[in-house]
Design a protein around this ligand. Structure first.
Ligand code: AMP
Length: 115
């Protein structure tokens, strides 16, 4: 599995940088955002280093599908039953800050910090 030793999210997966883990399996890792916009704000990432949405290929469709199926399950597990938002920032104009593909999943009662 491709890993970038200089990538902060690869280092989180490896346990080199601490995180509040919400879920893990053989190909996915989910952790709480360090600067949450909402009462529950998690980041779902592939363990493999994929820099961004532009780098997703047909080889990743099963992994992406598993992520989409996981999001509502995790929200329910965190008590989010009244709706949530999912967001993928891509590239510079998309305001992607961390170059490791990730899906934001945000929910919980409003008001939120932003979003
Ligand atoms: P994006 O702008 O989509 O690239 O979002 C990157 C997200 O990663 C931001 O919401 C950050 O708060 C979050 N983030 C950055 N570093 C960490 C970290 N060490 N642990 C948890 N979340 C982080």
């Amino acid at each position: 599995m491709h890993r970038d030793p200089s990538c902060i999210f690869c280092r989180i997966v490896a346990g080199e940088i601490p995180s509040r883990k919400a879920y893990e399996d053989e190909e996915l890792f989910v952790f709480h955002d360090i600067a949450p916009w909402a009462p529950v704000h998690v980041l779902m990432i592939p363990k493999e280093h994929i820099a961004g949405f532009y780098d997703v290929t047909d080889a990743h469709t099963a992994m992406l599908g598993r992520m989409m199926a996981l999001a509502p399950r995790l929200m329910r597990e965190h008590g989010v039953t009244n709706g949530f938002r999912t967001l993928v920032n891509t590239g510079q104009d998309g305001r992607q800050e961390v170059p490791h593909f990730h899906v934001h999943v945000m929910g919980g009662p409003r008001p939120w910090v932003k979003g």
